[in-house]
Design a protein around this ligand. Sequence first.
Ligand SMILES: NC(=O)C1=CN([C@@H]2O[C@H](COP(=O)(O)OP(=O)(O)OC[C@H]3O[C@@H](n4cnc5c(N)ncnc54)[C@H](OP(=O)(O)O)[C@@H]3O)[C@@H](O)[C@H]2O)C=CC1
Ligand SMILES: O=C1CO[C@H](CO)[C@@H](O)[C@@H]1O
Length: 491
Amino acid sequence: MTQQRNPQNDRRRFLKITSATAGSFLILGTKASGGIKGANDRVRIAVAGLNGRGQSHLSGWMGSENTEVAYAIDPDDKVLARGLKGIESRTTGSFNTRGVADFREALDDPSLDAISVATPNHWHSLITIRAAQAGKHVYVEKPMSHDVVEGRVAVEAQKKYGVVVQHGTQRRSDAGIAGLHEALKSGKLPRLKIAYGYCCKPRGGIGNKEVGTPPPNLNWEMWKGPAVIDQYHGNYHPYNWHWFWETGNGDLNNQGTHQLDVARWAIDDDQTHPVRAMAIGGRFQWDDQGETPNTMFAMAEYPNGQMVFFNVRNVNYKGYKNQVYNEYYLEDGSVITGEGRYKILRPGAKAPEDLKLEKGQVTPGGNWKSFIAAVRANDPKMANGNALDAHYGCVLGHLMNNSYRLGHEVPFSAEAGQFGDNEDAQTHFNKLHEVMRDGVGVPESAKYTVGPMLNFDPETERHTGDHADQANVLLKDPNNPEFQIPTVSEL
Ligand SMILES: NC(=O)C1=CN([C@@H]2O[C@H](COP(=O)(O)OP(=O)(O)OC[C@H]3O[C@@H](n4cnc5c(N)ncnc54)[C@H](OP(=O)(O)O)[C@@H]3O)[C@@H](O)[C@H]2O)C=CC1
Ligand SMILES: O=C1CO[C@H](CO)[C@@H](O)[C@@H]1O
């Protein structure tokens, strides 16, 4: 996937894409409607990935003023045709949307302003990087990166080409959450000790599917892209790619990316990455093909001593408690809960009290309209959840996952956690363990996977110390030759 700079494009340094994809391009189109009606400042956006979240992207852009979906992109003929039909019926033919299997074709169009990415995770950084090089603004779904190294390249590409990159962490557009974090950082509230994220939503196993040949409607090379996958099986798509390491990041960096990002956002502004991270968990009860854990307790520590704790719990059971939110443990012993409408339980108090806070600073309009406003203003600073914040939030999860992936099995017991002298971590892990033992009914014969405490250097973005050699391998996925992530110096 080689690209060369085209100096003729002054506005966005459009890059001509020189390499062709394997296989032929599929070009479809919605019914032409007598031409584009919008004024010159109409934002023309491409949507990549049309199956699930891509539908929300389409609705978001269709609900934004003077914005046209110029391209619909999907490597699956059937999904693409269905997507185009939906666009046509929702816009009564007023868009002139082109359907393509290969995003590079959209990036090749000088009249395109932006691309929104709702593909599986292994594509997010590469499309972001190539779009930035082509001078296109990017709305990229969470997690912006599938590994640590590609996330950094995406950050540098955004900086170099000056495009807007907004991360699909829509809580970044919530002025209520921004207000709480501003209050925590300004000293109006007691100092934050632990930012705790929960991703506890019930899910089920995915069974086992035989390896075989991809269906004829799927351009498998374009689906795989940068991910090295030995053999196709039907469990990769749609959606269940989340539970395989080469394409997904488990629920920690799936649903959990939202809560990881909120937790990291609450940490002091001068902190970038944690210096230590570890995780313990397992894939309990489901006898299936999935690789990522359905249960996890993880912790990370920043250079200033502030911590992030995280809890993933997906195994359903009678009495399941849904927890998809954040909590804030403060140094004076207070605990803040609630999202948007916060309550604080102060030490010694019998009940929590309402926390009345000023709204914080965000670009207004919610996640979709704020992005369009930033694109129209050509101002990357207006992004609610910019590339750098996206990187820091995603890396937090990647480091926890790295620890888990290097873990060893120990008996399923409350003593399994190895948190040094961190009593808070032991207390919170014990709560998870009790739910898994008493609620879910995980048998004593089961095993936890306990990851090592990994050290990380926030400057070099490399693991250091014990286990560094193995952990550094996990910082960068292998890529297929045609879809290599460029290095920063190649940008
Ligand atoms: N912010 C939010 O609240 C949410 C965010 N998301 C994020 O959105 C992303 C998509 O998730 P979801 O829709 O659930 O996943 P799906 O698997 O349902 O959809 C992904 C789509 O992308 C297509 N695709 C694969 N490769 C490419 C490519 N190279 N170019 C264009 N399209 C491609 C897939 O093709 P095929 O049909 O062949 O599989 C599929 O249609 C994820 O990263 C997820 O984290 C998801 C839900 C909510
Ligand atoms: O299951 C899901 C629904 O909510 C999440 C919100 O981002 C998705 O990413 C996830 O795949």
